[in-house]
Design a protein around this ligand. Structure first.
Ligand code: NAD
Length: 302
């Protein structure tokens, strides 16, 4: 058996195409494009590259995106003040505001994320948005978790009654994805096991998975022996490892793709899997934020 590929790049392209039309309709009615402001702190190459992908994708669909760059030596207080200033700009309203993570160690990340007003929080990290998701009435769903669910839906992979095992319990990926897959309705109704660094006998848990999601940040940790034959394997991990002849190294996921692909029924590659969908979901959240601000769209129901 060789797994079918969950092609995130292709799916993100088709999502962008429909978003482009929706953004044009919004701009036609409202007289301006939706606007996203991204705060980028410091000089980390990976963060700068993620922010560039987000800004480029926004431009492709007609969303205005501004990147506000701040030096790594900034303070928590200064960042909180900056976010309040961005949120109160009256002439060019920021419909969506996001702070690229990770922040330097001396910054209180929670305080900074909490400063983003809940109705502009297109990353879905504000406690109000996390609470709405946990109650099954999501507003802004964290983009990577939303992207994974969208990937399963697009491939018409049944989730109802299936056992989904997620490795990684972060607030950004694992935890919101567990809530989504366990929620009622399409792309949900799964039985979810959330594994983490203290889970005992991980392979015994992962081998029970009909749907296995790896969101850990450990290169190629999911091996063929950890996967039930025919399972759906979604790889969220993005890790840079050394590679002969490539000075910058190369990107790999949390799944040993070459070993797992012959065992799995479906598998997402890295790069070209979940990453592009994360960006597409950010654009979708930005349009939703703009529409909600103007009262032109009802919040999603699940
Ligand atoms: P995190 O460091 O916040 O969380 C990692 C999780 O993995 C923790 O819950 C931890 O308990 C668990 N873990 C660590 N070691 C483990 C082990 N040996 N066994 C089982 N669980 C273990 O990371 P994160 O922000 O959730 O990101 C995870 C990975 O996903 C990273 O590689 C990150 O770069 C990637 N990521 C990708 C996207 C995307 O768009 N594709 C978006 C966000 C994060």
């Amino acid at each position: 058996m060789t797994a079918s590929i969950l092609d995130g790049r292709k799916l993100a392209g088709s999502i962008e195409e429909s978003l482009r039309a929706e953004v044009a309709t919004f701009a036609g009615v409202v007289g301006r494009a939706p606007r996203l402001v991204v705060v980028l702190v410091g000089e980390m190459a990976a963060s700068a590259s993620y922010v560039k992908s987000k800004a480029d994708a926004a431009a492709r669909v007609g969303i205005d995106a501004d990147v506000v760059r701040v030096t790594a030596g900034t303070t928590t207080q200064a960042l909180v003040k900056l976010i309040h200033e961005i949120a109160s700009e009256a002439d060019r309203p920021a419909d969506g505001i996001l702070v690229q993570l990770p922040l330097p160690n001396h910054i209180d990340t929670t305080a900074v994320l909490d400063a983003v007003p809940a109705d502009r929080d297109v990353d879905g990290f504000h406690p109000e948005n996390a609470g709405l998701l946990s109650q099954g009435r999501p507003r802004f769903i964290p983009c990577t978790a939303a992207g994974v669910q969208r990937m399963l839906l697009a491939a018409e992979i049944e989730t109802a009654g299936k056992h989904a095992v997620i490795i990684g319990r972060s607030d950004i990926v694992g935890k919101p994805l567990a809530l989504l897959l366990a929620s009622r309705g399409p792309g949900g109704d799964a039985t979810v096991t959330l594994c983490h660094s203290r889970s005992a006998n991980l392979p015994a848990l992962t081998r029970q998975a009909d749907i296995l999601v790896a969101a850990v940040g450990r290169p190629q940790m999911v091996t063929a022996e950890m996967v039930k034959p025919g399972a759906v394997v979604v790889d969220v991990g993005i890790n840079r490892i050394a590679s002969e002849g490539k000075p910058g190294g190369r990107l790999v996921g949390d799944v040993d793709f070459a070993a797992v692909a012959p065992v799995a029924g479906w598998i997402s590659p890295v790069p070209g899997g979940v990453g592009p969908l994360t960006v597409a979901m950010l654009l979708s959240n930005t349009l939703l934020a703009a529409e909600l601000r103007l009262g032109s769209r009802a919040p999603r129901q699940t």
